[in-house]
Ligand binder design. Structure first.
Ligand code: ADP
Ligand code: MG
Length: 730
């Protein structure tokens, strides 16, 4: 019997694969068993050679009638060619550059060949690179792992093929000790899912594809269930913590509202009200404020901060970028000129204070930190700089996080830890990504939701056009006309697909598929990310050069990308903000939430490469001022479905509608972006299945209702802890 925790090094026939397995993060039997296939091929039907059809995936059983190796003199390739025959006919099989096969495959041996049937250029049927299994008497009866059955296909790494992985896993499955299931029996029964042993066995070697699906469902359920357990326990824990409770009065709020030059929309008022109700409670709020780009979330958050400032309490307002932090600070100064209780800004390169005298002033970082520490500053805007250890708040009562999906859960808890009093601060997250209900239940299930689903009055609808290559010059001419009228333009460069040379080298399969079922490869994906950053910067430079030299030599063009230093980025943004440039070329990482009312054109290159939700966000950068705004979606694609998809951007009523569509088309991984907080990928896929989300939540509730500490479920408790570590939810 093989034990679960056995290091692979102790198994005889795995030794030579160890370095390669390690590359995939696989070191123990358990790791290997959890290396799931990402798809299956059904070779279960052994087909008579005369019945083979072009395009079919099949297993052929026969005898090697002849086999030879030759060498192409031009490309110096070795070609092995065999003729396989059964009672009904014969078929050719070819392999390239696999010289060793000539030693393994002998004339007259019986074997199974599995693969796709194609037509040879010179006519006749051929199987190229088929998987084979030499048949012995025993093997014919049982134990086939590569042919004559449903065959699992694994994420591969260089030098370790799917076949190799099957070779390693099959004996493990056959000799594995029974694993005790950490999911309680009652749940397995109620959900009608496989127990862990069955699931592991059938995820690797199902008899039928259906069984593999069921097995994957079990694992998806498991991940969702743990997410829900985690969420619910988080909530229960918070409900036991103490927080500052404000005794705000209606008059005070009215007074604050009278200072802003516009009336809040109905949903802004409603959201504010929900937040204020939470702030009255003696337990910490945990709320997500969702609203389309430009729907006015900032002001709602600031109002909450002001209410607390009246009580002498502090708020930390954290934004994902310097540009945004600065912008929030500016907005604040603009609307609340008279606020004299101390406002600060702290980022990597800027430290400022403001005391309501209409002027801001620079200050040493250390001095601002002191003022925060003794509560002389009530509202502090900033970036990550805010959550550094050395920043301590005396009276922190509220933490606001803008565009929160760009922060890890970990940073969030970091901020919550970083304060001296006993009370836990309230938390308000804001996101412009309209997140479909199922997703917010799982990914942000520990948060309450407030939604702003309307835009302030008087906004003009943004005219959105799909621009085919033939109309490019017309679009340029139009843009020039708008700039001459005094408007400004954002240009978003095409996104580099995460399909770099490096990917191609490291893996032989589609990166998305790999990510979907193999989260541990995240180290690889980090590498990929840095390559992407660099490549994206290159794209921006090229586009910048094209636009500034060839297309719009008469206009002022600026650029901004992720590889620039913070200072340079600020400079570029400032120039655009102050209308010293007309056109800003940027990557898709263009700072979310940037507010330049005079910018009225959003031009997106290769729009089809982006998700709908992302395009929607880009478009939201314009249409913020009094001018008619435009969004141009450039695409080279002539594909009908692409145009259909892009058109939904023109037709959808609001971001939520688009989000649902996007989720359905592309799945949540793409939808939320790579930076998402390490939610297991199977669960991410499962999020598309609302039933599973619902039942996982109910299951988690039913377990926690009677046993919130999971004392009756020690295995479950242990597994939950390691799950939390794996996905960094701790
Ligand atoms: P987002 O929700 O994208 O963060 P902002 O808070 O940046 O949106 O608001 C976008 C713009 O709309 C800002 O210039 C803000 O001052 C303005 N705004 C917010 N609420 C209203 C309102 N009720 N009426 C008019 N303008 C508003
Ligand atoms: Mg915003």
């Amino acid at each position: 019997m093989i034990q679960f925790s056995t290091p692979l090094i102790e198994l005889k026939n795995t030794k030579r694969f160890l370095p390669k397995l390690k590359k995939l993060g696989i070191e123990t039997v358990k790791d290997l068993l959890w290396h799931f296939p990402f798809r299956y091929e059904d070779f279960s039907n052994i087909v008579a050679i005369k019945d083979l059809k072009i395009g079919q995936y099949a297993t052929v059983q026969g005898v090697i009638q002849s086999i030879k190796m030759r060498r192409t003199w031009k490309r110096r390739m070795f070609i092995i060619e065999a003729l396989i025959g059964d009672d009904t006919g014969s078929i050719r099989a070819v392999w390239f550059n696999q010289r060793f096969l000539i030693m393994m495959l002998k004339k007259n041996s019986r074997l199974n060949l599995a693969g796709k049937i194609t037509e040879a250029p010179e006519g006749g049927l051929v199987m190229s690179h088929p998987v084979f299994e030499i048949l012995t008497y025993k093997k014919e009866k049982e134990g086939l792992s590569h042919t004559g059955r449903v065959v699992p296909i694994y994420p591969e790494t260089k030098g370790l093929t799917s076949k190799g992985i099957r070779f390693l896993i099959k004996p493990l499955i056959d000799n594995m000790e029974e694993i005790e299931d950490f999911l309680p029996k009652e749940i397995i029964e109620k959900q009608n899912i496989f127990n862990i042993n069955k699931a592991i066995q059938l995820v690797h070697f199902p008899e039928k594809i259906e069984e593999a699906k069921e097995a994957k469902k079990r694992f998806a359920f498991e991940d969702l269930f743990f997410l829900q357990l985690n969420n619910l326990r988080q909530r229960m824990k918070l409900a036991q913590e103490m927080a500052y409770s404000s005794e705000l009065s209606v008059d005070e709020i009215k007074e604050l509202l009278s200072e802003i030059p516009f009336e809040l929309t109905y949903s802004q008022k409603k959201s504010l009200w929900e937040i204020l109700q939470d702030l009255k409670k003696p337990h910490p709020m945990s709320r997500l404020l969702q609203g389309d780009v430009g729907s006015g979330k900032t002001i709602v958050a600031i109002l909450a901060a002001l209410v607390l400032a009246k009580d002498g309490k502090q708020t930390a307002f954290m934004a994902p970028t310097e540009v945004l932090a600065k912008q929030h600070f500016e907005t604040f100064k603009k609307f609340f000129k008279k606020f004299d209780k101390g406002t600060g800004l702290i980022t990597g390169s800027m430290v400022k204070v403001f005391y309501g005298d209409g002027l801001e002033s620079d200050i040493k970082k250390i001095d601002l930190i002191k003022k925060i520490e003794n509560s002389e500053i009530k509202i502090v805007f900033g970036t990550h700089a805010l959550i550094q250890k050395y920043v301590k708040f005396k009276d922190l009562a509220l933490v606001i996080i803008d565009e929160q999906h760009r922060f890890g859960v970990k940073q969030r808890s970091e901020l919550l830890k970083n304060q001296s009093s006993e009370a836990v601060p309230h938390l308000l997250s804001m996101s412009a990504t309209p997140i479909p209900r199922t997703l917010s239940l799982t990914v942000f299930g520990d948060l309450d939701l407030s939604i702003i689903d309307e835009l302030p009055k008087g906004r003009k609808e943004i005219i959105t056009k799909i621009v085919a290559p033939v109309n490019r010059d017309k679009a340029y001419a139009f843009i020039r006309g708008q700039v001459k009228k005094g408007r400004q333009v954002f240009v978003i460069c095409p996104r580099i697909e995460p399909q770099t040379q490096m990917d191609a080298d490291e893996t032989q399969i589609n990166a998305d598929e790999m990510n979907a079922f193999y989260p541990r490869l995240s180290a690889l994906s980090n590498l990929r990310k840095s390559v992407l950053l660099w490549e994206n910067a290159k794209m921006v430079k090229e586009e910048y050069e094209k636009l500034s030299q060839k297309v719009f030599p008469d206009l002022r063009v600026g650029m901004m990308h992720g590889k620039m230093k913070a200072k340079e980025k600020n400079e570029a943004m400032k120039n655009f903000n102050e209308h010293k440039t007309d056109i800003l070329v940027a990557t898709s990482v263009i700072e979310v939430g940037v507010d330049v009312p005079n910018a009225s054109i959003m031009m997106i290159e290769d729009a089809d490469k982006f998700g709908l939700a992302q395009l929607y966000q880009f478009r939201g950068r314009v249409g913020r001022g009094e001018y008619q705004s435009f969004c141009f979606l450039f695409t080279e694609s002539g594909s009908k479905s692409t145009h259909h998809r892009l058109r939904s951007l023109i037709e959808a009523k609001n971001g939520f509608e688009l989000a649902e569509k996007d989720l359905a088309i592309r799945g949540p991984g793409e939808f939320l972006g790579e930076e998402q907080t390490g939610i297991p990928d199977l669960a991410m896929k499962a999020v598309r299945n609302p039933e599973l989300v619902k039942s996982s939540r109910q299951a988690a509730e039913s377990i926690l209702k009677n046993d919130s500490e999971l004392e009756k479920y020690p295995l479950l408790k242990k597994r939950l802890e390691s799950f939390q570590q794996e996905v960094h939810l701790e």
